[in-house]
Design a protein around this ligand. Structure first.
Ligand code: PLP
Length: 390
């Protein structure tokens, strides 16, 4: 049986896969089962921050594999402690809880909000507010947090205690109504809604939100699962908006291709979770943390400036091009609104050797942060052609 047949027979059919098998790769190039090469403009949906099989990352991960591949969280391990220090020092946050995915990083954030609010504001205060059109994960609770009804329909009843407000209303009238009796514990936002169509929040909205949560003793939590770890051209996207979050969740690109989630806790909430309140067998795994240290230590200011420059390069080439209506996003997380249906553009790009993604009705680009400029320009040329055709 071919890989495709085996997969279709034995793997749960939750993914609408593209019709190719990816066998291997190096950097921003990947190869399919027939040896055809593609420029990878998706990096596993913002995961392989330094591309496929990056030498420095492999060396860090391999060296850790030879030493200790796993140890229970009942013991101290060096990579976990070192990574937590790095994350705190670069963000000004105070402590980190490690898990394995974005959904779990958000689950932890929600647990922190619920416990903090119950202890500090009273048991009536348990509502977590998120934005309409947001995406926060696939566990039942993060699905409840996700502000898109079509994800909810088949999985009732959901976890109670969530409400969704418009992302583009700086008057915050819905939030004010929901918080009439002071029951809002936290607001959770993505600074750029990724799955929702690569839509950045407006500074008018984030400023109003920042002031309101401060005045009303509500936690501000930022989901940086997709936008984080250099993707936006800053270390975290909230840094573009001058926000000071109480909680930041991240995953995806953090460990460059190994499963790792992190929930960063500010001074205000760093000790909310105590012994036994939360845990994860694999969270903070030494190999995943070694990969993350390799990624994170290379996200220097100079490197992030390069990410922003490459973003500008893509925008300059695509904005105003035939068939391109607009380009949205931050850094190397860009959405292209096209005349042709996005799926058609993506299929045409694939045929010409460039792998792109979609987000809602847009073509979505999430290349490796270190994609070489020549490959980037080649890919953008193909995307331009494919947007203009049809
Ligand atoms: N939050 C955001 C903003 C995401 O984009 C995603 C995944 O796309 C998640 C959470 C869920 O992450 P994971 O699939 O690692 O659970």
């Amino acid at each position: 049986m071919s890989v495709k047949d085996l997969d279709q027979t034995y793997v749960a059919g939750t993914y609408k896969r593209f019709p190719i098998e990816i066998e291997s790769g190096k950097g921003s190039l990947v190869r399919d089962e027939h040896g055809k090469e593609y420029i990878d403009m998706g990096s596993g949906i913002a995961v392989t921050s330094f591309g496929i099989a990056d030498d420095q990352w492999i060396a860090a991960v391999e060296s850790q594999l030879h030493r200790l591949q796993h140890m229970s969280n009942l013991y101290y391990t060096a990579p976990c402690a070192a990574l937590a220090e790095m994350l705190c020092k670069r963000t000004g946050m105070s402590k980190v809880f490690f898990s394995n995915s974005g959904a779990e990083a958000n689950e932890c954030a929600i647990k922190v909000a619920r416990k903090w609010a119950a202890e500090n504001k009273g048991p009536h205060c348990s509502t977590v507010v998120t934005l309409k059109n947001s995406f926060h994960g696939r566990t039942l609770t993060t699905l409840s947090a996700t502000g898109q009804e079509h994800y909810h329909e088949l999985f009732q009843p959901l976890t109670p205690g969530f409400a969704h407000i418009p992302a583009d209303d700086p008057s915050l009238s819905d939030l004010k109504k929901i918080n009439q009796n002071g029951q809002v514990a936290a607001v959770l936002i993505e600074c750029v809604q990724g799955e929702g169509g690569v839509i950045p929040l407006s500074p008018a909205f984030t400023c109003a939100l920042r002031d309101y949560v401060k005045q009303n003793n509500i936690l501000l939590m930022v989901d940086e699962v997709q936008t984080g770890n250099g993707r936006s051209g800053r270390l975290y996207a909230y840094m573009h908006y001058g926000l000071t979050p109480d909680v930041v969740s991240t995953a995806k690109g953090l460990a460059g291709g190994l499963p790792l989630g992190a929930t960063l806790l500010s001074e205000r909430v760093k000790d909310v979770l105590g012994f036994g309140d939360h845990g994860s067998t694999f969270g903070g795994n030494p190999v995943a943390c070694a990969g993350a240290i390799s990624v994170f230590s290379r996200l220097t200011d100079d490197f992030l400036t390069e990410v922003a420059r490459k973003s500008d390069l893509i925008r300059t080439k695509l904005e105003g091009a035939p068939g391109v209506r607009s380009v949205s996003g931050l850094g190397l997380m860009l959405g292209i609104s096209t005349d042709r249906p996005a799926a058609e553009v993506v299929a045409a790009c694939m045929a010409k050797g460039v792998l792109c993604l979609t987000a809602k009705d847009k073509v979505r680009l999430l290349p490796a942060l270190n994609i070489p400029e020549d490959l980037l320009l080649q890919a953008v040329d193909v995307i331009r052609q494919c947007c203009a055709e049809g």
